[in-house]
Design a protein around this ligand. Sequence first.
Ligand code: KG4
Ligand code: ZN
Length: 359
Amino acid sequence: FLHKIVLGIETSCDDTAAAVVDETGNVLGEAIHSQTEIHLKAGGIIPPVAQQLHRENIHRIVQEAVSASNLSPSDLSAIATTIKPGLALSLGVGLSFSLQLVNQLKKPFIPIHHMEAHALTIRLTNNVEFPFLVLLISGGHCLLALVQGVSDFLLLGKSLDIAPGDMFDKVARRLSLVKHPECSTMSGGKAIEHLAKQGNKLCFDLKHPMQRAKSCDFSFSGLQSNVNKLITQKEKEEGIEAGQVLSSAADIAASVQHTTARHIARTTYRAISFCQKRSLLSQTNAVLVASGGVASNMYIRKALEVVTDLTQCTLLCPPPKLCTDNGIMIAWNGIERLRAGLGILYNPEGIRYEPKCPL
Ligand code: KG4
Ligand code: ZN
């Protein structure tokens, strides 16, 4: 008896990742190359640099994932690759590599939507049935959606400007946290979470975004500019140059994290209530899945737990490794699509990547 086995390839942003996953959710092999440290030093992702790094690593990463699985490439049922949304130059590397491989191995190709893959990851680790609500919060995306099937998503809300991870990254950069001895190798969001533990969240009263909104949309750029103003003011008070770490950095980190958590929690509460009122979700045992890099933040998770307790929901989060970008979620989405018979291409010649693509 032969299981379905999918090779998944992810290059939409700054991680080159691959994994081999079977129908039952066993991860047979995986490999990842993260560019985070290089981009941190450059002060942000420079797309041509990301492209070059993907080019340098994709061959080795795919080979590592396949050889770790102890399978021969001919055992694969299909190859699944992220083709949307993401950085054009990064997506291009994964797609052209995959098309060559597909051609060489004569296997079907399954194009994957990066955010759908994040959303469905929970079905690999937990036995979650449709429908469920998903909150995706990362560096590039911010959305709330009702997941009704493998490729049936109802978008309830999104960020009207930047994503929370992007905001955390910008604030961390403005605070020069790469120069902080404890945070030099952490992503912006992780550095903020780390420092926030040493700070007082009530030290600064930051204005809450979209206080009176009735929608399920988010906004983080106003918060970001308020924090920037606060940092400029503190730099003057402490008499230090821009680029040095403030002594109040931990208090600022705690306040930003708190305000962000509250905004995300309130909006999520609104989305759950909306779905429950319209019987789109169960009143007593609905599931909220929180995923994406920012969902690994424990303070934000605690805020979400308050919301799920209030609404009699269960909060589920994939393990941290599966919350951030990885090849496993892409391979798993391929498995889901194979099982549902959705979007399997036997002749993928004309397929293009799509940098912008809503759910
Ligand atoms: O999912 P991800 O790896 O990539 C995408 O953006 O798709 O998410 C990365 C983002 C970064 O902005 C990073 O600062 C943020 O997630 N992040 C965190 C934490 N860990 C990573 N934000 C808050 N708290 C964390 N612990
Ligand atoms: Zn992602």
